[in-house]
Design a protein. Structure first.
Length: 340
C-alpha cells in the first residue's frame, strides 16, 4: 500500500488525538476528496473532541474542565481548531452536566464563536446534601451563551445537520435509540449472561451519545454513558452495528464500557481511543482488540488510502479518515512498546 505524509501535525502543547490518516494525501484537494478530521484534545481527565468535515464544518463534543483548568482547556481546543484551519464551532454538543465536560465552555466561546448548542436539557442530577451546591450552569450561565446562537435539545433518533456526515443522536437524557441504524439490529451475543448494575441517577446516564457515519467509516462516542443504559441500547439486539472507531466512554471505567457495547461495536477489529482510568477498575478489553491508547503516547502513524484502522494501531495527533473500504492497515508507526 502507498503511504502518505501525515496531515496537520499539532504543535501546540496539550492537543492530542489518534492519528489515522485514510485517503488523505494533502489538503489542496476538493472538499469531496478531503478527509474527515477528528481531534481528541487532551483536557487532562475531561473530554473535548473536535470533528472537522471535508467542507470545513465543525462539531465539538464537550469543552473540558471548569475552574482554573478552563482557560488551559479552551486554549487547547482553540489550538486544535487553528491546526484544522477553522475559526468557528458550528455545533457544540454537551454530553452531560459534569464539570469536566462543560467546564471550559465560557472560555471556548471567547475564542471561537459557536452557532448551535446541543444538549439533553437541563441538569437533572439529584443534589448531594453533603456537598455545597454551586449555581446550576445549565440553568444560569448556559442560556445566556446559547442566546447568541441556536439551541437544540437532542433526542435519540435526531439527525444533526452536518454536511457530508450522517450524524445520529443515539442516547440522550436517559433515553436510547429504538430504531436500529442502517445495517444494525441483529441479536447481540455479547448480551448473554450480562446483568444490570445498580441504577445510576447521575448525569452520566443522561449523556448525549452520537454515532457518526462518513461513507463506510463509523465512529461512536457516548460521553459518560453508564452500564444499564448501554444494555438498553445494545440488548437483546445491537442497534448500532459495528464501529471503526470507538471513543471510550467514561474515562475507561468499568461502570461503563459493558461487553454488550464494546465487544459488539468492535467485533470487526475496530479501534478504541480513550484515557486510562486514574482510579477505579478499567473495563474488559475485547479479545480481538489488542491495545487502547492513553494520553502519554506521542507517536504518530499514517493509514494508507482504501483502509480503515484495525486493532492495536493508535497514536496521537489528528485523526484523518476517508469514506473508503474496510481493509487491513499498514501503520507508519505503531504504538510504542509497553503502552496499553
Amino acid at each position: 500500500m502507498r503511504r502518505h505524509t501525515f496531515l496537520g501535525a499539532v504543535t501546540a502543547a496539550g492537543v492530542v488525538a489518534t492519528a489515522l490518516a485514510l485517503g488523505a494525501p494533502g489538503f489542496a484537494q476538493s472538499s469531496a476528496q478531503r478527509p474527515l478530521q477528528i481531534y481528541v484534545v487532551d483536557v487532562e481527565g475531561g473530554n473535548a473532541v473536535l470533528y472537522v468535515t471535508p467542507s470545513g464544518e465543525t462539531v465539538l463534543i464537550d469543552t473540558g474542565n471548569a475552574g482554573a483548568a478552563a482557560v488551559r482547556d479552551a486554549d487547547r481546543i482553540a489550538a486544535a481548531a487553528k491546526d484544522a484551519g477553522v475559526t468557528r464551532i458550528d455545533h457544540l454538543i454537551t454530553t452531560h452536566w459534569h464539570g469536566d465536560h462543560f467546564g471550559g465552555m465560557e472560555e471556548v466561546v471567547k475564542r471561537l464563536p459557536i452557532k448551535q448548542f446541543v444538549d439533553h436539557g437541563p441538569n437533572e442530577q439529584p443534589p448531594n446534601p453533603q456537598q455545597p451546591q454551586a449555581p446550576d450552569f445549565s440553568r444560569t450561565t448556559y442560556p445566556m451563551l446559547y442566546a447568541a446562537g441556536t439551541h437544540m435539545i437532542a433526542k435519540p433518533g435526531d439527525k444533526l445537520a452536518v454536511a457530508g456526515l450522517d450524524w445520529r443522536i443515539v442516547t440522550s437524557n436517559g433515553d436510547v435509540l429504538k430504531t436500529p441504524l442502517a445495517g444494525a439490529g441483529r441479536p447481540n451475543a455479547a448480551c448473554a449472561g450480562v446483568q444490570p448494575q445498580d441504577p445510576d441517577a447521575s448525569e452520566n446516564a443522561r449523556s448525549v451519545g452520537s454515532a457518526i457515519t462518513f461513507g463506510k467509516f463509523r465512529v461512536v462516542q457516548l460521553g459518560d454513558l453508564t452500564w444499564n443504559k448501554e444494555l438498553e441500547l445494545m440488548c437483546p439486539n445491537n442497534r448500532l452495528g459495528t464501529a471503526d472507531l470507538f471513543i471510550i466512554s467514561h474515562h475507561g471505567l468499568a461502570i461503563s464500557n459493558s461487553p454488550p457495547l464494546v465487544h459488539a461495536l468492535l467485533s470487526l477489529q475496530g479501534v478504541l481511543l480513550g484515557s486510562k482510568p486514574s482510579t477505579g477498575q478499567a473495563f474488559e478489553l475485547p479479545s480481538q482488540v489488542s491495545a487502547t491508547s492513553h494520553w502519554p503516547v506521542s507517536a504518530r502513524q499514517g493509514v494508507p488510502p482504501g483502509c480503515t484502522p484495525s486493532a492495536g494501531q493508535l497514536a496521537l495527533a489528528p485523526v484523518h479518515v476517508s469514506a473508503l473500504s474496510q481493509t487491513s492497515v499498514e501503520p507508519r508507526q505503531r504504538v510504542p512498546a509497553g503502552v496499553s
